[in-house]
Design a protein around this ligand. Structure first.
Ligand SMILES: [Zn+2]
Length: 436
């Protein structure tokens, strides 16, 4: 892993005081960015102190309806996303206000791929739940560095911005996210230029400058962290330190670094499709989630070791378990910060963990590997199902697929031709190939 992504790892981990249990369902990308499943985001909190929390008491307060509207709104304002989501579903009296607060949560952004929006945002290209998108107000856009070349291609030694692509991008956003209020473009790759305002690549600047004035736009970018000389005595001296910063373009076309940014990036829920292609997409999504959980094991192990020594009132200083490292930790959180900076590249093995927690991690790793194996078997069966099907059966399978798109009022699947969409093309390529 590249050192610039270590800052993502630090953001993905919990530091003391730990208020929630260790998250065994942690999902981490290959760039060590944390992703939250929508089902986890709205799941009732399992904090050890939930029953004593203000929110917990409010949720079970039987006289809530007798309070003044002002007081009710105040209480709703301190509820978690999961509580608001439950209220949206069970309380007709509170649904409207709870819904407003749920979708406006400034800490939670729903993530979508930039390539999809640049391609036109067609339903036949993505399996996320499009009806869900209609309510989303905060959108994080995963922007891979190769898109810079697409927006700003070089031809005969000259570069020119593809305004048509930029127009398509913003039209896609307006059409798919009609209630969008805030967009944060996450430039997730290696930065081209370290530090300063030039960190935002020119193609991305062009994209941001075309943002409609009704949307609050920002850019997440990796940049070098500069330490004041007075900080050279801090407990950890990184070899190379990066940070992820958020920049906003002001009215005067000046990039300004924001003080804070959203902390939760949530995966969009999937649409449910029938038929062979529907099952294929569901399995692909499940396999990807298993991969994210496997990538989450090492970050989780870092946090677990810290908590093993300093959580729940324990105070057991310890030496870095990594061979030939003489760091020593006498307070909670110090090991986590050290591991992120000095051992981020040593994903596993779990042999450095004490016996009590090592067994848990080894069991979890085996379980995830088994699930991955099961998914591979299911993929093979699906491929056989397609390859053993006759011509008429294949036509019927395709019809099941296209009818679902059409019945979902997804008429602009690919600009007109429903059968010729990327999901279908991807399926055929897989069925005739050998990957997975
Ligand atoms: Zn160490």
């Amino acid at each position: 892993m590249h050192p610039e992504f270590a800052c993502n790892l630090l953001e993905a981990l919990s530091l003391p005081p730990w208020r929630e249990k260790l998250d065994w369902g942690l999902h981490i990308t290959s760039k060590w960015e944390k992703r939250i499943l929508f089902s986890s985001y709205v799941r009732p909190i399992t904090s050890t102190s939930t029953t004593n929390s203000y929110e917990g008491r409010a949720a079970s307060f039987p006289h809530f309806g007798k309070l003044s509207a002002e007081l009710q709104l105040h209480i709703l304002g301190v509820c978690s996303a999961s509580t608001l989501f439950q209220l949206m579903r069970v309380s007709s009296a509170l649904r409207t206000e709870a819904s407003k607060l749920f979708w406006a949560n400034p800490n939670a952004y729903f993530v979508v791929d930039a390539w999809w929006l640049l391609d036109g945002g067609y339903p036949g290209y993505q399996c996320c739940d499009l009806a869900f998108l209609q309510n989303v107000q905060n959108v994080e856009i995963a922007y891979e560095p190769y898109l810079n070349r697409d927006i700003w291609p070089e031809k005969n030694g000259e570069r020119a911005v593809r305004q048509d692509l930029i127009t398509t991008f913003w039209n896609s956003i307006k059409r798919r996210f009609p209630r969008v209020k805030r967009v944060s473009i996450n430039h997730s790759g290696e930065p081209r230029i370290g530090g300063g305002f030039d960190t935002v690549p020119p193609p991305l600047q062009a994209l941001v400058q075309a943002c409609p004035c009704t949307i609050e736009i920002s850019v997440l970018i990796l940049e070098r962290q500069h330490f004041p000389s007075a900080d050279t005595s801090t407990e950890i001296q990184p070899r190379e330190t990066w940070q992820k910063s958020q920049y906003r373009l002001t009215g005067g076309h000046v990039w300004e670094r924001a003080d804070s940014r959203h902390s939760e990036t949530i995966l969009l829920p999937m649409r449910q499709f029938r038929g062979l292609v529907g099952r294929f997409e569901t399995l692909k999504h499940r396999s990807w989630r298993i991969q994210l959980q496997q990538q989450g094991l090492w970050p989780l192990a870092i946090e677990a070791l810290d908590r093993h020594h300093f959580d729940q009132g324990r105070n057991e200083p310890f030496a870095c378990p990594w061979p030939e490292c003489d760091a020593y930790f006498d307070k909670g959180g110090a090991w986590t910060k050290h591991a992120v900076v000095s051992h981020y590249q040593h994903a596993g093995p779990f042999s450095i963990l004490p016996d009590e927690i090592r067994a848990l991690f080894e069991e979890r790793a085996i379980l995830l590997e088994e699930r991955r194996g099961q998914a591979k078997t299911q993929f093979s069966r699906m491929r056989d199902e397609w390859n053993n099907a006759g011509q008429e059966e294949r036509i019927a399978m395709e019809r099941v697929w296209t009818e679902q798109l059409e019945s979902n009022n997804l008429g602009d699947v690919t600009g007109g031709k429903a059968s010729n969409n990327k999901i279908w093309e991807c399926f055929l390529e897989w069925a005739n190939g050998s990957y997975y």
